[in-house]
Design a protein around this ligand. Sequence first.
Ligand SMILES: CC(C)(COP(=O)(O)OP(=O)(O)OC[C@H]1O[C@@H](n2cnc3c(N)ncnc32)[C@H](O)[C@@H]1OP(=O)(O)O)[C@@H](O)C(=O)NCCC(=O)NCCS
Length: 195
Amino acid sequence: MIAAELAPGVELGPLEPWQAEEFAAHLDRAREHIRPWVGPSFVTTDLAGARATLQRYADGAARDGIRILGIREHGALVGGVMLVEFSAASGTCELGCWLEPAAEGKGYISGACRELLRWVFEVRGLHRAEWRCRADNARSSAVAERLGMTLEGVLREAWLVNGDGPDEKTWHDKQVWSILAHEWTAPSRARHSRG
Ligand SMILES: CC(C)(COP(=O)(O)OP(=O)(O)OC[C@H]1O[C@@H](n2cnc3c(N)ncnc32)[C@H](O)[C@@H]1OP(=O)(O)O)[C@@H](O)C(=O)NCCC(=O)NCCS
């Protein structure tokens, strides 16, 4: 269980299938903002889709795999972080994240990702954590850099974005960032951090 207070009144905590209505309502606020930058399966448009996303992560967590956590500002869901890949056997994982626009610029994601990194390195003993983003996603690259990650390279035109028409496809470059266990120096923990 990863849970922490990221700032006064701002909590990192569970986001589970029973909270699908809250997640669907949040996606209505976040959808167009995040659509260009996240995988299409995450940008669902109804309650069933929101529940399916949370169920996929719950099933993953039950198998000690992928996980999702919510960030709530004074009780309202404003975004979250994920382990979109997690393998204790191989010692590797990949982080993901999103926010609705009103929650940007407050350090919530950097703080939440530090809690994830603390957990994967200090609690689970993993060796390597990755961050993959569109090369033109400046805010996402800035988070990776703020976390102390190294830009390892660019996968050319590896990120497909489908347009409205059947033939409207655009391929964007994808950055790969990472941090290794021996490079991780835990910052002072968020207040009231648990887990
Ligand atoms: C990527 C994304 C989550 C980054 O959000 P963000 O708010 O820029 O990142 P953080 O929450 O870490 O906040 C950092 C900002 O808060 C400021 N900040 C304030 N207090 C801070 C603190 N205590 N610690 C760190 N930063 C702080 C930083 O200066 C920075 O602002 P700036 O960019 O104006 O310099 C957001 O832009 C988003 O949801 N984008 C769409 C979806 C997406 O791209 N997801 C990632 C796919 S790879």
